[in-house]
Write a protein that binds this ligand. Structure first.
Ligand SMILES: [Zn+2]
Ligand SMILES: [Zn+2]
Length: 277
């Protein structure tokens, strides 16, 4: 597997940086994890869309806006021109529950976080893109297993203010986990990422920055604590504020987990059993 960073910042793109996006290549198959603002600038659309599966971690628009603004219409045009034969597969999470989650128990045994439910307009929009697109949009949940060539995608449910999942990709030889957006308490990343080659983990905040009343994101040192427990070969931090230097996030994480790097647009990592380069 090969991982290319398409975007590393949120909530908006800049001249240098894009919203969340990670392109995984395994044989002929391409897997795009999230599709944030500007992230598709680093795709080779005509080539990459041919055997493409897109998995969206959650329906916050910083994680899927380019799916609507760029991929959907491009897939329609490329299909009309005879360049794109197969529909682009897209997986989005099932919509939020509308129940009280005080005593909700997830697949890992506990989860007492109250979800803030929001109208599922985004879900309805994505499920009904249909016209002027060439996409096959389906849903997944925490129990889903998606097979993409040699790669199996599995999921872990995390605390965020809407339904949000970490995504694990494994081809039997190497594996990686992308955190999506998550709070620290009750995260399922530690279990999902145990012994993986690469953990791409959100680190939205720096020590001293306020989380406000909610616990929906990680500090850089919390991402490092997750890596310290799950022991991936490499921790790649991402989901930075667009105007704050990435080095500051890495500096906060390094004392806890030494093999920490920042997600950098265009950077390609080859995952191998020996070590990743
Ligand atoms: Zn986000
Ligand atoms: Zn989010």
């Amino acid at each position: 597997m090969e991982v290319k960073v398409l975007g590393s910042v949120s909530p908006h793109c800049t001249e240098k940086y894009n919203g969340p996006g990670f392109l995984i290549t395994s044989g002929e198959n391409k897997i795009l994890l999230d599709c944030g603002p500007g992230s598709t600038r680093l795709l080779d659309m005509e080539k990459d869309l041919k055997k493409m599966t897109i998995i969206i971690s959650h329906l916050h628009r910083d994680h899927y806006s380019d799916l609507i603004s760029s991929v959907a219409y491009t897939s329609y045009v490329l299909h009309n021109l005879g360049i794109l034969e197969n529909k682009v597969k897209v997986y989005i999470p099932e919509p939020d529950y509308y129940t009280d989650h005080e005593n909700y128990t997830n697949q890992y045994g506990h989860y007492d976080y109250k979800l803030v439910t929001k109208p599922i307009l985004d879900y309805q929009l994505l499920m009904n893109l249909g016209f002027e697109s060439y996409l096959d949009v389906q849903t997944y949940n925490s129990d889903s297993k998606i097979q993409i060539g040699d790669v199996t995608a599995t999921f872990g449910y995390n605390p965020h203010n809407i339904m949000s999942h970490s995504i694990k990709l494994s081809d039997g030889e190497v594996s990686m986990v992308y955190s999506g957006d998550t709070g620290y308490q009750y995260n399922n990343i530690e279990k999902l990422a145990k012994g993986t080659n690469l953990l791409i983990c959100e680190s939205t905040l720096l020590r001293g920055q306020s989380k406000g009343n909610h616990d929906y994101h990680l500090y850089a040192h919390e991402a490092a604590k997750i890596a310290y427990v799950s022991k991936p070969s490499i921790l790649m931090l991402t989901h930075f504020w667009p105007t704050i230097e990435k080095e500051k996030y890495v500096a906060e994480a390094l004392p806890i987990f030494s093999n920490t790097i920042p997600a950098e647009e265009g950077h390609i990592l080859k995952l191998t059993n020996k070590k990743s380069t």
